[in-house]
Design a protein around this ligand. Structure first.
Ligand code: FAD
Ligand code: NAD
Length: 463
């Protein structure tokens, strides 16, 4: 290998980086992964997907006991919150999963280089004063919280998603800035545990990017659960005095200002790519206007030998998208053909019920041509009804001429699991008829997908 230390060196060990490292090593390449954090796994395992799901899952149990759902099924309990224990099981999940990546690195002979990497040239990075030269370098540095100008996150009164995972007590009133994925997931956690939660969203609807029917239905459900939604409203400032915050709000379209008091403020207005301190100028690579690193179809940057994947490149900031790109980039580096079908990346919001979608929204599909839509309410799905989970629906959007499925959207208790079927169907270019004539086990929530597909032809059975 002449004077190269590695065939592949990956910067960042999130779902993009660690998966790329393992696949590269599996393909026989000498591989290292540099990570600045104490533990592997990136945002997702340490402060993102995993700890948030640990709290969402635990708080769902608390809510089911507190809100009468369990009593309806003949289980009468009065829940008592042990928040330190709830946090402990969150930390345990994180420790086990991040430790699992360290084990996989050892098993696959991936070198874990501890510290922050900085380019000194296109094939060399420096990590805590030591230089490493690699034939290929993959930037998988992920993203961090977007700050709200003029607002200081102190992780006590004003928190970001990381602080919101670690609150030592349930706030009396939490104001969430941003009705996106993080705001709704973490807002749901603290509402279920007893906080009054007010979500302030700049746009007219929650969850930008999702199908409009879904966004409207989600708002109805969250309101019914007791969240206050202030749509079409922007936060223009937050001041903190002692343990209280005062927010200034303004209608997005302009109008009179008002103030709102809170004892916890969650700033969740998006995330931005991590490129600072990486020494990109040393290799002549400049991020685009949105701070992302541009890549081609094969994940190559404009600098030969330097590749990029995950949250730091354009596209949705999702762990599974980063993982898929991690596998593909390693395969491309090894001379194989690594491809990611970016048209079929599902998105899931892990609230109760879950919200999921893949492919085009109805509005996007209409722009391309004539469509047919099938919709089926979860209220008419026998399993959801029996389980006391009546909220939501499945919606399938198909091309009117070819019947090819263009998009699938769902709100259902297990929508995140159900959407996998839609992804496989779309990956294989299925028509709605293909789904409608596929046997689905009874009684399952997934039957709602089959019924929505039958609905595309106007022939659902149970409505
Ligand atoms: P990251 O996971 O951000 O990892 C990048 C790593 O690179 C970090 O560990 C960082 O320390 C390291 N790094 C950065 N710069 C350097 C450097 N110079 N040298 C060395 N190391 C460096 N997505 C989902 O799909 N499902 C979810 O349920 C979900 N929940 C989320 C919940 C929260 C609260 C948050 C914040 C995010 C969530 N996400 C979820 C998004 C998901 O975490 C990201 O899309 C995913 O982690 C991106 O993976 P990545 O590998 O690109 O980067
Ligand atoms: P987001 O982009 O999902 O939502 C941010 C929201 O804040 C938007 O709706 C925006 O209109 C609003 N906003 C912006 N400025 C505002 C202001 N001043 N006042 C009021 N509202 C304002 O961002 P997020 O929720 O922070 O999540 C960041 C990323 O993390 C997302 O890209 C998401 O993909 C990822 N994530 C995914 C999951 C999941 O897959 N389940 C969970 C958490 C996070």
């Amino acid at each position: 290998m002449a004077d190269y230390d590695y065939d592949v060196l990956i910067i960042g060990s999130g779902p993009g980086g660690y998966v790329a490292a393992i696949r590269a090593a599996q393909l026989g390449l000498k591989t290292a992964c540099v990570e600045g954090r104490e533990t592997l796994g990136g945002t997702c395992l340490n402060v993102g997907c995993i700890p948030s799901k640990a709290l969402l899952h635990a708080s769902e149990y608390f809510d089911a006991a507190a809100n009468g759902t369990m009593a309806k099924m003949g289980v009468e309990v009065t829940p008592k919150l042990n928040l330190p224990a709830m946090h402990a099981q969150r930390l345990d999940a994180v420790a086990q999963l991040t430790g699992g990546i360290a084990f996989l690195f050892k098993k696959n002979k991936v070198d874990w280089l501890k510290g922050y990497a900085k380019f000194t040239s296109a094939d060399t990075v420096e990590v805590v004063g030591k230089s490493f030269r690699a034939k290929n370098i993959v930037i998988a540095t992920g993203s961090s919280v977007t700050p709200l100008p003029g607002v200081t996150v102190d992780q006590k009164v004003v928190v970001d998603s990381t602080g919101a995972l670690e609150l030592p007590k349930v706030p009396k009133r939490m104001v969430v800035i941003g009705g996106g994925v993080i705001g709704l997931e973490l807002g749901s956690v603290w509402r279920r545990l007893g906080a009054e939660v007010i979500v302030v969203e700049f746009l007219d609807q929650l969850l930008p990017g999702m199908d409009m029917d879904i966004r409207k239905e989600a708002a109805k459900i969250f309101k019914k659960q007791g969240m206050t939604l202030r749509l079409g409203t922007k936060v223009t400032g937050v001041s903190v005095k002692g343990s209280k915050a005062t927010l200034t709000l303004e209608p997005s379209a302009g109008g009179a200002m008002e103030t709102l008091e809170a004892d916890c403020v969650l700033v969740s207005i998006g995330r931005r790519p991590n490129t600072e301190g990486l020494g990109l100028d040393a290799i002549g690579l400049a991020p685009n206007a949105r701070g992302q690193i541009e890549i081609d179809h094969d994940f190559r940057t404009s600098v030969p030998g330097v590749w990029a994947i995950g949250d730091v490149v354009p596209g949705p900031m999702l762990a599974h998208k980063a993982e898929d790109e991690g596998i593909a980039v390693a395969e491309n580096i090894a001379g194989l053909t690594g491809i990611v079908n970016h048209a079929v990346i599902p998105g899931v919001v892990y609230t109760w019920p879950e919200i999921a979608g893949v492919g085009l929204t109805e509005d996007q599909a209409k722009e391309l041509g004539e469509i047919k839509v099938g919709k089926f309410p979860m209220l008419a799905n026998s399993r959801a009804k029996t389980n006391h989970e009546p909220d939501g629906f499945v919606k399938i959007i198909a091309d009117a001429r070819t019947d090819k499925v263009l998009g699938v959207w769902a709100i259902a208790s297990v929508a995140g699991t159900m959407i996998a079927e839609a992804c496989v169907a779309m990956e294989f270019g299925a028509t709605s008829e293909d789904i409608a004539y596929t046997s689905h086990a009874h009684p399952t929530h997934s039957e709602a997908i089959k019924e929505a597909a039958m609905g595309v032809m106007g022939k659902a059975i149970h409505i």
